[in-house]
Write a protein that binds this ligand. Structure first.
Ligand code: ADP
Ligand code: MG
Length: 265
């Protein structure tokens, strides 16, 4: 008997649609991200990329469509349940708590699996301690990739960090959630060329450790270098999908970028 087992789908999006009043920010969008892949979502500003991430992570509810994680429907679940199912993300405009230390920010990523929140602290004490210890250990695992950058800063407040280190802290927090799917929204935005190369290396290391990554990035050389596949959006619609070199030379893609740039010039 022939057994053809295709790639295992981690994320399966079908017909995803989100309207804001008269604007259709995401329009019948389909995508698959398979286990161990790095898939990039690119497109001009306002294309609907961040909205796709907000719909996956439960920040927004779709008008229509389906989002499945390892076969399980996420649409309709509140954001914290989606985190618990295994989706972690970073934000285009960094979201770290400035007054908390790097360690505390990263610990926040562990809360959904340690249960060391409110309930934990009023129930059985030893299990709370165990959870606390597990969470602290996870901080060290999570910063493993960022050790040179963050280890010496663990007890510093996040506001005192450089921009790049705040981005690293946010990524470490996402890793501390032990996700099955990691959503990165422009992780290299605002970074210098040297830091961008480092980010590319980090993303690759995360994948090599078994993570599946869905990435929004508009720095094209980085996208071309690290992506297994690239999905291109414009005006909420998927206009191209394929290997990096295929989409790079796709006339619709070139037009979406150049057309918009010319219009804004
Ligand atoms: N919460 C919201 N309310 C109203 N309009 C929104 C909201 N979020 C995004 N939009 C609009 O949806 C479109 C897509 O935005 P976004 O997903 O942020 O694009 P991208 O990330 O590709 O730059 C834009 O026109 C934006 O103004
Ligand atoms: Mg965006």
């Amino acid at each position: 008997m022939e057994s053809v087992s295709g790639p295992k789908s981690v994320l399966e999006i079908r017909g995803l649609t989100r309207r804001f009043g008269g604007l259709t920010a995401v329009d019948r969008f389909d995508v698959d991200v398979n286990e161990g892949e790095i898939v990039s979502l690119v497109g001009p500003n306002g294309a609907g990329k961040t909205t796709v991430f907000n719909l996956i992570s439960g920040v927004l509810r779709p008008t229509a469509g389906s989002v499945r994680l390892l076969g399980r429907e996420l649409v309709g679940l509140p954001a914290h349940r989606i985190t618990h199912q295994g989706v972690a993300r970073t934000f285009q405009n960094i979201r770290v708590f400035p007054q908390l230390t790097v360690r505390e920010n990263i610990l926040l990523g562990t809360h959904h699996w340690t249960r060391s929140g409110m309930l934990g602290s009023v129930t059985f004490w030893p299990s709370t301690l165990r959870a606390e210890r597990a969470a602290q250990a996870e901080v060290h695992t999570a910063i493993d990739l960022f050790r040179e950058r963050l280890e010496a800063r663990l007890d510093d407040p996040a506001f005192s960090l450089s921009y790049a280190n705040r981005r690293r802290t946010e990524m470490a927090r996402a890793l501390a959630a032990r996700p099955k799917l990691l959503l990165l929204d422009e992780p290299a935005a605002g970074m210098n060329p040297y830091e961008r190369i480092e980010v590319a290396g980090l993303i690759r290391s995360m994948r090599d450790r078994g993570l599946t990554i869905f990435l929004i990035e508009h720095h094209m050389p980085l996208v071309m270098e690290i992506s297994d596949r690239v999905v291109v959006m414009d005006h909420g619609v998927k206009i191209a999908e394929g290997l990096p070199k295929e989409v790079h030379s796709n006339p619709r893609v070139v037009e979406a970028y150049l057309g918009r740039r010319a219009a804004s010039a």
